[in-house]
Structure formats: C-alpha cells, structure tokens
Write a protein that binds this ligand. Structure first.
Ligand code: NI
Length: 637
C-alpha cells in the first residue's frame, strides 16, 4: 500500500469537507434552518503554520470560512469552522454591510418581483402580456437604501423584454421600471415607474443562427504538442520551467495564485505568497433614475467565483489543456462542482530575445513560451476572464479580458443622452468604469520587503550641463498613509518591491517591479457614495503591512456598506512599511465609453499589469532556453 500523503494545507476544500463544514456549523445551532450559505472557502493557514508544514511536515488544521445570510436569525454571519477539530471557532455578525449574494438570494428577488401586482401592472402598461417571459435582473443597491430599512438586506431589480427564450433582453430594456426588494422582510418594498419609453426597434442577437453568413476565408490553425505539455501538476501545485506555484478558485477573489517561486540555480526563490483579485467595482456614470445607484462590487457583493464558466476545449482554450474542477458551496451548504473551471496551458509568445551580430553575421534567437492560468466568470450582462501569464524570463503578467453585453437604456427617437452614448437606434449604453484591485502579497526572497516608487526625472542644472541627463529617482514608501499612489505615465513611473537584506551581483537589493498599464481611477465625485464605498479605486497603488485577515480591498462586507472599509481602514493605522512583511494592492481597469461596435456583444477589451524582475536575477535568466528545434537556417529554406 502506498503511504498516505497528507493534503497540502493550501489545497482547496474538497466536496466532502464542504459538506462536513456545513454540518458542523448547522449542528452548532448558530444559524437557523432557513439560513442561506453565501460562500465557503478554505480559511488559509497563516504563514508560520505553512512554513512549519513545508519544513518539517507539521500538521495544519484544515479550516473553512463560511459566510451565511440568516434572515430569521442574526442576518449576515462570518464563521470559521475547524474541520480537524469538528467545531466552530468563531461566528460573528457583520458589523456593517452584508455578505455577498447567493444564487438563492437572486432567485428569490426574481420570484418576489414577478409576483408583485405593481410590477405586473407596470409591465402590462408596456404592452407585455406574457409576464413569465420577462427577464428580471437582480441588482445590488449601491448604498442607496431607504433609511427606514437600515440593516435589512436590500436589492433592486430591472426588467427586460424577451421575445423568445434565448432572445437578448438587453436589446429591449423595460425603461422606467425599478423594483426595490427587502430580502430580510422577504417582500417587495416598492416598484417605481418613471414613465413609458418605447422599445428600441432592433434586436441584439448574436448567436451563430442570427448572423447572416460567416466569412469563409479562414483556414484551420492547429496547436499540436505531440509529446504533451511541459508542465507537471500534482494536486493544485503546478511546475513549469522554473516556476512553481499553486492555484485555486475562491468564491470572492476568483483565481488565486499561492506560493509563487522561481528556481534560480539550486535556489528555490519565493516571489509571492498570494496573488488574487481583492475587489472590483463597476460604477455607472449616468445620473438618471435607472442608473445613478449602480455600482456593483462583482467580487465582494456578487461572489464572482460562483459564476465561473465550465470551459470548453477548442472554444475557450486551444491546445493541450489541463483543466481543474472547482468545488464551491451552494445555498443549502451542499457542495457543487464546476467542471473545468480553471484552464492551464502553454502558448507560443513570439520571440523571447534576439540579436544579430552584423560583423560575424551570426544570429541568436529564442522563442518565448508562456504558461497561462485562467478562469472566466459571467456576472449578469458582463463576462470577465482573468488570465495570469508566467514567462521564462521571470516576468509575471495579469490580464483581465472584458467582454459580454453592455448595460442598456431605451431612449426616445432623436434623443442623445449626454452620459449614455447611442449604440443602436433608440438604444443607449451608460458610460461606466470597470475598476479592479489585485492584492499582491510579496515575499521576495523572504517575508521582509520594502516598496519604492521610481520615477524617471531630468537632473537639475548643475548636474545637467547639456540638458540631456535624466535618472531613475526611487522614493521609499515608508508608511501606509504615504503609500497611496497614482500612476504617472510621463515619468514612466513604476513601483519596485525589494528585499533590502538580499543583494544581487551588483550589490543592489533584489527586486521586482510592478509596471502599470493605462490605469484609470474612480471618476465619481469624492463625496459620492461610491467613492466612499470603493475607496480602493481612488488610488492606483496602496501598500499595507501584512495582516492575514486583510484580503479584500473594500472589506469583507461591501454589500450595502456605507464606506470606509478595506484599504482606507487598513492603512489608517499608518504602520511602517520598511523592511517588513508588505502587501501591495494595485487598482487598474478601464473607463468604458460605449460605441456601436460594442453592441450586441463586446469584442474583448484588456486591462492588467506586469511584474518584471528588476535586479532579482544577476543577468537575463532565460539564456538557457534552447534554440527552437523548428528553427530553419536561412540556407535550408
Ligand atoms: Ni464596460
């Protein structure tokens, strides 16, 4: 018999552990029979416990974190359950705000709205008789809840006409009708009708059968790896080239990278302890009654992980793919599995490096291969793909792919709303932003790191007689309050994370730099509700001292939270950041001004950032990549 290998402490919860954790919480009688499980995930062990496991196999308690909405009990609850000990370690009520929505919450909103006589009358006023066919989209309330319902779990709902089951309802928004629902009281509070606007004349269907013929000039492109892919997978650990890391999918943070390291000679060098989405928000910029309250936190309010797609070979992913199934917790506390929720594959990525020596006419060129870990989530009308790329030269890249369908609004013929460009006749799409925050827990060659802001600056006069001189100026971000920073493209600004106690061959501390892309910050007024609630999006970079309980950029309960939680709260303590365990939080995204080409389904738009080694290695670490066997010499062609 083979020896039982202990489960690695960072392996995600298995279905049987999800069932057991639910049972332990229910049997503790801390929650009522009607409580809905909103999400459950591995409560990750602290760094010391992990290090003890890795160095000497010390046992680590398997723990589950469970978020529950108990309508008849205490409301939103946050529990930690020990699976090893079979007991509830803590169960606390959300001090402000609510836990993320569950499928059950969303289905209940649809049921309540459809049964409401005022909603039915408003729909009939628009000439729709078949109420069953109407699409009802549940929405979070964006902090706009009536004072008399304070503390209750509130939602709004918008409606769309569908002419057949698979019709794109966003082509026929039922303009003017907004329902407000109280899930704590299990009732519709009110249905507002701001007046009838005629439906836009067109349809918005984009399926194969809706398209008038396909282009015919595309010949097959096939990716073959006759000897299989170059990565190894054991549980959720992945080894590829010199990279080694773990991945998992969290119900709120989506795709997570754990314990990312790169083998440099005989040294296994840690780069990141954990990297994942820490929050995201989609604030809308239209002041109208259908839109002013819209600002969805797809991570902390919606639980983006529960909307993970099952990926399809040849469609979502091309080549030799390794998929990972994802097990999550359903509303009753039962596990459910999303098959093929995470995709792992390799891609050719053009050239890695090249030089032609003109004197000797010799050329050296290497092809770049990258490893891709990805997951795609559909949250209402939008689809978000999260892609991490690992490169052979030590570069790591994070890319979000935004696609799906725009939020829409019906407008009267001839009308051109200032904050909602027309994307089709009588169909407008409100301007909005998609702002993401990714939490990067660096452990660069050890836990104690520092962060510098680096700007390229022209040297002042006495040192710059010819006027050409410039240099990189590095400024230590020494405390949390001064580590709230923004991009500056004209200064080629980047942020460099270093380990001040480990030097490279030049005597400089080893480092990695975070290179921002075009990264907007929040456009909403600083006094607006969304600016207080999504403060993480008001700056591009935040650095905090490590605290294992601080994983979410807007706090653990952003749903209906009045604001101030998350990064503003974490960094208010103004803890020192030099040569200590630091966490880097980076906000980026896109400001979306819709155009007709985004309708009826949006071609992918990209946002993201890269992490480049910056003195982490002593020289180009990819010299040892062999020349491609497919490389023909010019003479052989
Ligand atoms: Ni958009």
């Amino acid at each position: 018999m083979s020896e039982q290998v202990p489960l690695h402490p960072l392996e995600p919860l298995r279905p049987d552990e999800i069932s057991r954790a639910s049972r332990i919480l229910r049997e503790s009688e801390r929650i009522g029979d009607g409580a809905r499980f909103c999400w459950m995930a591995l409560h990750e062990p602290e760094k010391e416990a992990l290090a003890a496991f890795e160095s000497r196999g010390a046992a680590v308690d398997r723990q589950a974190r469970i978020m529950v909405f108990d309508r008849e009990g205490e409301g939103s609850l946050d529990a930690i359950v020990s699976l090893s000990g079979g007991k509830v370690l803590s169960c606390t009520r959300a001090p402000d705000g609510h836990v993320a929505l569950s499928f059950a919450d969303m289905i209940r909103v649809i049921q309540l709205v459809k049964a409401d006589p005022a909603w039915q009358a408003a729909i009939r006023r628009r000439g729709i008789e078949d109420l069953d066919s109407v699409q009802v989209d549940p929405w979070v309330t964006g902090g706009f809840e009536p004072e008399e319902r304070r503390g209750a779990r509130m939602m709004r709902a918008l409606s769309y006409r569908r002419d057949f089951a698979a019709d794109n309802g966003y082509a026929h928004p039922i303009e003017g009708v907004v329902a407000l629902v109280d899930l704590s009281a299990d009732e519709v509070v009110e249905v507002l009708d701001h007046g009838v606007t005629p439906f836009p004349p067109g349809h918005g269907n984009y399926a194969a059968e809706d398209v008038d013929g396909f282009r015919k000039d595309l010949r097959p492109l096939e990716i073959t790896q006759p000897e299989g892919p170059s990565f190894d997978v054991l549980g959720n650990e992945i080894r590829w080239q010199k990279w080694r890391f773990r991945t998992s999918l969290h119900p709120v943070h989506g795709l997570v990278l754990h314990t990312v390291s790169y083998r440099d000679g005989d040294r296994e060098r840690r780069i990141l302890h954990r990297a994942a989405l820490a929050e995201m928000v989609v604030p809308y910029g239209d002041p109208g009654p259908m839109h002013y309250w819209k600002s969805v936190f797809d991570a902390g309010e919606m639980g983006i992980g529960q909307f993970t797609n099952s990926l399809v070979l040849g469609c979502d992913c091309l080549g030799e793919i390794r998929y990972f199934d994802v097990s999550l917790c359903g509303p009753q506390g039962d596990p459910f599995t999303i098959s093929k929720g995470i995709c792992l594959h390799e891609e050719d990525f053009g050239i890695l490096w090249k030089h032609t020596d003109l004197a000797s006419r010799s050329t050296q060129v290497r092809r770049s291969r990258r490893l891709v870990v990805s997951a795609i989530h559909t949250v209402g009308n939008y689809d978000y793909g999260f892609f991490w790329y690992f490169y052979q030269d030590g570069t790591l890249q994070m890319e979000v792919k935004l696609t799906g369908i725009l939020q829409t609004s019906a407008v009267a013929p001839g009308e051109q709303p200032p904050c909602a460009p027309l994307v089709a006749p009588q169909l407008a799409a409100p301007v909005h932003q998609h702002l993401f925050n990714v939490r990067l827990d660096f452990d660069l060659d050890g836990r104690k790191n520092s962060v510098y802001e680096v700007d390229a600056v022209r040297l002042p006069d006495p040192e710059n007689p010819a006027g050409n001189a410039f240099a990189a100026r590095a400024t230590l971000l020494g405390r949390e309050r001064e580590a709230r920073r923004d991009i500056d493209p004209s200064a080629s600004r980047y942020w460099k994370i270093v380990n001040p106690e480990v030097s490279n061959a030049t005597g400089q501390p080893v480092g990695y730099k975070l290179v921002p892309g075009n990264a907007p910050t929040l456009l909403a007024h600083p006094d607006s509700k969304v600016a207080r609630r999504a403060a993480f999006a008001t700056h591009n970079l935040w650095v905090t001292a490590y605290d294992p309980s601080q994983l979410s950029a807007a706090g653990d309960f952003p749903n209906q939270h009045p604001g101030g939680a998350g990064l503003p709260e974490y960094s208010a303590a103004d803890r020192p950041l030099e040569n200590t365990d630091v966490v880097v939080w980076y906000s980026f995204g896109v400001t979306h001004i819709p155009v007709p080409e985004h309708w009826p389904v949006m071609p992918v738009e990209y946002a993201g950032f890269t992490l480049h080694p910056a003195g982490f290695f002593d020289r180009n670490p990819a010299l040892d990549v062999a020349p491609s066997s497919a490389c023909h010499s010019p003479e052989s062609d």
